[in-house]
Design a protein around this ligand. Structure first.
Ligand code: SAM
Length: 502
């Protein structure tokens, strides 16, 4: 399909998507929608977009498979372990201990990761639960992960992840719960056995429901999903969440994702790390929209300087002080703007980081760091087209810098373009022959293609470079692993492979 869809049909597709999934297709997304439709029509050998629309619009099991394919392309499954350290700290230090304490008499724990993508989120929750409740024998633990995207659910069930899923995860934690397997990391069976996965449509499915286990939940975690919904879908799903929680159960969403009216018996509780919603008939002092802090938390975030602004926090700002700027301070220097954007990216507040970076890039269109950071933020939001565009601008700004090539290689790998990825890694090695991550990742690609000789050669070169580095040198590309740790890891991998050779 080369020509564009007629406007009326575009709107019909967008409405159908909204009715079935709650996903909001903005005018900005129409070109992407059109591309996806064209791709599916090609696969199904259809020449008429109306015929494709009819297939999707039918009811029943026959089109379920096609919806699975279609929605898998529409949504972004970006996820990684312990994504948003603040929210996980809140769960570890306050919310889960409180729930565990409350549930001691009945010894049961019921958690749902709604919109879990490839499983990193519910598995992170299972790890937290294991750490907080090492003696699980007498407890009934139910952790559920559901997602619209059936391919993501299949991957979640496999429990095997690439290094990309461990951004920011402490090495200790990774090696405690995962073991290397074919250049990837496989989660321990005991953690995997705690989590059940199932496809599910938050907008269309009916819950609470006894048959699906979605009822009387202690905690629902639904992060980075509401951002795709329109207001109506958001309030429908919020209402169902509310009915699926037990009294005093919690709902954790992404920062600032709950906007507009909230269900009457869902109350916002504000912690320094995040807002979390608690179900219950009683009205919490301070009211749902202006919750009060417990005194100790108030102390925790009331240092002498600056003004913490609750309204900015609710809009998704990071848990930091917003300093009142004097008029002379209002325009930050490029360096300050970049540092602020870096901090926002670290706190996963990508949209705000991007807003800052936009201004900076406008001022300095060839600022390599700003362009690369912008690419990283777009990639983290799953906007790969924009991330790719920024990477290319960064490459044009400094054709010798390796980082934009490395980032672009990961974006293309995510999109399955293996040949382009190989070309980029080779280009990186041309620019910097000592860049060991490129050898290791090329090695992994060759392994997957069955080219074991080349894979072995790549690992040998990487080991050679790694051993020449002081062991404490940090290799940032691997979540700040040291050269010594990486050497041990690669040597172990080489040994395992050798043992498998005929
Ligand atoms: C960006 S991922 C978030 C993954 C995880 N919650 C996290 O924050 O790391 C968004 C996920 O929401 C899922 N999703 C979108 N609409 C959905 C719906 N109506 N029902 C269930 N899942 C949905 C997508 O398939 C995608 O995997």
């Amino acid at each position: 399909m080369n020509q564009s869809l007629p406007n009326g049909l575009q709107v019909q597709f967008a409405e159908l998507v909204a009715t079935r999934t709650g996903l909001h297709i903005s005018p900005h997304d129409l070109a992407k929608l059109q591309k996806i439709i064209a791709g599916r029509m090609k696969c199904l050998q259809l020449s008429d977009a109306r015929a494709y629309y009819e297939i999707l619009a039918r009811d029943g099991a026959e089109n379920r498979q096609e919806w699975a394919e279609f929605t898998g392309l529409l949504t972004t499954g970006e996820s990684y372990f312990f994504r948003d350290k603040g929210q996980f700290a809140l769960l570890r230090n306050h919310i889960l201990p409180e729930i565990i304490n409350r549930n001691q008499p009945r010894r049961s724990l019921r958690i749902w990761s709604a919109g879990c993508s490839t499983g990193e989120e519910p598995y992170s929750l299972a790890i937290l639960v294991t750490e907080l409740l090492p003696e699980q024998k007498n407890w009934q633990i139910f952790i559920l992960g559901t997602d619209l995207n059936t391919a993501a659910i299949e991957k979640a069930r496999r429990g095997t992840y690439s290094v990309w899923s461990f951004r920011g995860v402490h090495e200790d934690l990774k090696t405690r719960y995962f073991h290397p397997s074919h250049q990837q990391w496989e989660l321990d069976a005991r953690i995997r056995s705690l989590v059940h996965f199932r496809p599910g449509n938050l907008f269309q499915d009916s819950f609470p429901s006894r048959s699906s286990g979605i009822h009387d939940l202690d905690l629902i975690v639904c992060r980075n999903v509401f951002i795709y919904f329109d207001q109506q879908a958001r309030s429908v799903v919020l209402q169902k969440f509310c009915q699926s929680l037990n009294d005093e159960g919690y709902l954790l969403t992404g920062h600032g994702e709950v906007r507009g009216p909230q269900p009457r018996n869902l109350h916002a509780k504000r912690f320094p790390e995040s807002v979390i919603y608690q179900s219950g008939e009683r009205m919490v002092a301070g009211s749902a929209n202006h919750p009060t802090l417990s005194p100790n938390l108030t102390r925790a975030r009331a240092p002498a300087r600056g003004t913490w602004s609750p309204s900015s926090r609710a809009a998704g700002f990071p848990p930091q002080l917003t300093k009142r700027a004097s008029p002379a301070q209002e325009v930050p220097t490029p360096q300050t703007a970049l540092q602020e954007a870096e901090q926002l990216v670290q706190r996963e507040n990508y949209r705000l980081a991007l807003a800052k970076l936009e201004g900076l890039i406008h001022q300095e269109p060839r600022n390599l760091s700003a362009l690369t950071l912008s690419a990283q933020a777009h990639a983290s939001l799953g906007d790969y087209d924009e991330a790719t565009r920024r990477c290319r601008q960064a490459m044009a700004a400094d054709s010798l810098a390796v980082t934009p090539y490395y980032l672009l290689a990961h974006i293309l790998e995510h999109q399955g373009d293996r040949e382009a990825v190989k070309t980029l890694f080779k280009k990186i090695l041309y620019l910097d022959p000592t860049f060991t991550p490129a050898y290791l990742e090329l090695g992994a690609l060759y392994d997957r293609e069955g080219d074991t000789d080349r894979a072995r050669k790549m690992r040998a070169i990487a080991l050679d470079f790694l051993k020449r580095m002081p062991p404490q040198t940090v290799v940032n590309a691997y979540g700040a692993m040291t050269a010594g740790e990486l050497t041990a890891y690669v040597e172990k991998m080489v040994d395992e492979k050798r043992a498998l050779e005929p």
